[in-house]
Design a binder for this molecule. Sequence first.
Ligand code: SF4
Ligand code: SF4
Length: 347
Amino acid sequence: MDELRIAKEDFSEFLNGLKDSYRLYGPVRQGDMVNFLPIQDAAELDLSFRNTTLSPKSLFLPQSERLFEYSLAMDKDNAHILKEAPRDSSPCVVIGIRPCDARALELVDVNFDTDKFRDPWWVKAREATTLVGLGCTSPCSTCFCTSVGGAPFDEAGLDVLLTDAGEVFLAKVLTKKGENLLKTEKAFETAEEALVDRATTIQQEAAAKIVSRVDTSRLAELDTLTLFEADFWEGLHFACISCGVCTYLCPTCWCFDIQDETHGSAGSRIRNWDSCMFPLFTLHASGHNPRGEKIQRVRQRFMHKLKYYVDKYKNGVACVGCGRCVQHCPVNIDIRQVFQLMNEYKS
Ligand code: SF4
Ligand code: SF4
């Protein structure tokens, strides 16, 4: 695929030139946080961020999403009939997504886009979106992508990968979508060999900066029930306050709940993020809750990511090593330690 260059001073103009054909999203500073938001002008972007606080999964699985609308007015022909809520599925570009977050979308595809089950909202959002990645030149101390199948310049799931090479970006075109995006503007030129070499060095140096590592080598072979009954869950869950931050920030968590909200005779069916860390998550209508205790919920989160997913999809762990849950857990529960406990477990 093509390797192109664009001078940084031309990059904003290129992005603003896309506005007529695409909706644009990118990292925008919000106080102490940087999050992915819609942008009207390239000047709103902040590409100096490390990891965004919230992952960009909300662009595909919004925290709250209206799926259907309905009417309870019996004098209307469509009373009690669900109608799909209007949505904008026009082409969209996400600028500056990190490689780990792009890879996370592929891990979540196994839940929303399969031969057997296709979630139309997820699939439409994925199809409409072109992902322009920005490789990480200064990974956080909590990043461990290289241990879980990724890298600071991993190409998985991306349509274009940008390398910040000082005055210029090297843009590696990875898919047809990426090719279509870049050909809309003339600001890109073929990259010279020296630039490609410089970018390779930058990428290698970035990978070498990832010092945080986890071992996943035994997870697949370990017996599921033995891990489920392991004694370390007792100590591990103790500090957790069931806040759900780890799951809401995680780019690979996909749990949701669907509720009907009715105002007068008009209603909406809404999908909201939910979390396996919340006591009500598995509460049955009978009153029975199979995960009523915190220890059962903490175990579920880690078993799902590091064992059930591994066994079911044969696709590695359901964690891309972004480190958000490590950085933001208010009681310092660290998934890297859980990797170690699980991977090294001997009954
Ligand atoms: S962020 Fe920490 S305290 Fe909050 S639910 Fe997750 S593990 Fe528990
Ligand atoms: S489990 Fe933690 S480190 Fe892994 S992808 Fe989720 S938030 Fe990132």
